[in-house]
Design a protein around this ligand. Structure first.
Ligand code: SF4
Ligand code: SF4
Length: 442
């Protein structure tokens, strides 16, 4: 069997352990929170505008915030109950996020839904509007509004949809369990996207360390028009969009370009499952599978309502095993460090990984020995040690124009392999933020 791969990357499993063993055999378990605090800025683009106020009663799936601007998506209530607050809280972004807090009444009452029907017979031109109305954005961590991805501008020809089931990040097994337990939802979502976009080829891409998922998806995909299953070599960051496209199709996304510039749309398998729900059942995105792992008493894969507080998610897994030092939302390689456990699970949060105080400590940096390991590990062919040197010298123009730091996908592979423990990725994140802010001012 052919296994797809790319240049560079790392193998966390071979070097130490990747943490997936903590939850890979844990079936998805639904946990419904008593209180949800739903942020308005869970997607890329302008934050949504609340349309409910304190004291309002809401039903599950009811729209509680409208999309704003060209690439916004609406937000829906994830529990039935009473709105207790509309206020700003510190979430994962630099600035506080406007949030709607709902006290769950436990009645589980849904709003009236308007399904389109079976993905093979539903009106194709109604699918993209339904995806937008369902508030779906990239559930693999990217948060990009999905209806925009599915609507390439005139002149861009997309001939392939790739479903990303690589889940190459350490600790995370949410996508694995979804593919294993609910493969039909994933395949149905892919078919809905293919029909809506008029694309004939769809490939569900899964790393070879998930043979059970490959088997389940292959079975569910049998006989479905244009649907293939692609086996990827287990390597981090195989799930990066550019790496995935290169691995599977041998196509390169041009610098500064998007997957559609290579004729491809890439969606996470969880996003596909949400699309299937929107089309077949008319359900908006109100819950997601999230791996809760690391220093919690009983790591698990939970189906959580959007807006569940991190502390409640940890509590549902027996609480913290040790005093937390860092809480990553996402995996430990690309996840964002939460400000505290009062933040909430958003549409894009596929994991919550807790490090105790000892594991959270960063080793001391020592001088670069110019070994070149960071260059070998970089999946986008950058020169991390030279970028770090220019960062320290404040040469951001050089980083941008000569060393192409904006192409850095912040995967952390260079930091991971560096024997000098150089803080490489944080420096590149900072440089990218500064350059982006500068560009926006111009
Ligand atoms: S891996 Fe670390 S020590 Fe080696 S060249 Fe890169 S920055 Fe320097
Ligand atoms: S963090 Fe950036 S520079 Fe480092 S390996 Fe990943 S893409 Fe390359």
């Amino acid at each position: 069997m052919r296994k797809y791969s790319f240049r560079g990357g790392i193998h966390p499993l071979r070097d130490t352990h990747e943490g997936k063993e903590l939850t890979r055999n844990k079936p998805i378990r639904e946990v419904v929170a008593q209180v949800v605090r739903i942020p308005m800025d869970m997607h890329i683009g302008a934050p949504s505008e609340p349309i409910v106020k304190k004291g309002d009663r809401v039903l599950i799936g009811q729209k509680i915030a409208e999309a704003v601007g060209g690439i916004g998506v609406p937000v829906h209530a994830s529990v039935s109950g009473t709105v207790t607050e509309v206020a700003a809280y510190q979430m994962m972004h630099k600035k506080p996020s406007m949030c709607i807090t709902i006290e769950n009444d436990g009645l589980e009452e849904w709003v009236q839904l308007a399904p389109l029907g079976d993905v093979e017979t539903a009106a194709a031109d109604k699918i993209i509007p339904a995806v937008k109305e369902a508030g779906i954005c990239g559930m693999g961590g990217a948060c990009f509004p999905t209806h925009i991805k599915m609507s390439p501008p005139a002149g861009k020809v997309v001939d392939t949809v790739l479903l990303n089931g690589a889940e190459c990040e350490t600790f995370l097994t949410a996508d694995f369990r979804l593919m294993l337990e609910q493969p039909e939802r994933v395949v149905n979502g892919l078919r809905a996207v293919m029909r809506a976009m008029g694309v004939k080829r769809g490939i569900i891409c899964i790393e070879d360390n998930k043979p059970e998922a490959i088997q389940a998806i292959t079975k569910a995909a049998a006989g479905r028009e244009g649907v293939e299953v692609g086996t990827l070599k287990t390597k981090y960051p195989q799930g990066g969009e550019k790496q995935l496209i290169y691995s599977v199709l041998g196509r390169e996304v041009p610098a500064g370009g998007l997957p559609m510039d290579a004729g491809v749309v890439v969606l996470n398998v969880g996003t596909a499952a949400a699309i299937a729900d929107a089309v077949i059942e008319g359900k908006p995105l109100i819950s997601r599978v999230t791996t809760i792992s690391g220093a919690v008493a009983a790591p698990d894969n939970l189906l959580l309502r959007i807006g569940t507080l991190l502390k409640d998610a940890a509590e549902a897994c027996g609480g913290y095993a040790k005093e937390p030092g860092k809480i990553f939302v996402g995996g430990s390689m690309t996840g964002v460090c939460a400000p505290n456990d009062e933040a909430s699970i958003s549409k894009a949060n596929n994991g919550l990984v807790v490090f105790d105080e000892k594991d959270a400590q960063l080793p001391d940096e020592s001088s670069c020995i110019r070994c070149g390991r960071c260059i070998d590990a970089c999946p986008v062919w950058l020169n991390p040690y030279q970028m770090k040197r220019d960062y320290q010298l404040g040469k951001l123009d050089e980083m941008e124009k000569k060393l192409h730091v904006m192409e850095c996908v912040l995967c952390g592979s260079c930091s991971y392999v560096c024997p000098a423990r150089q803080y490489l990725t944080p420096a590149f994140k900072d440089a990218k933020d500064i350059i982006t802010a500068r560009r926006m001012k111009q």
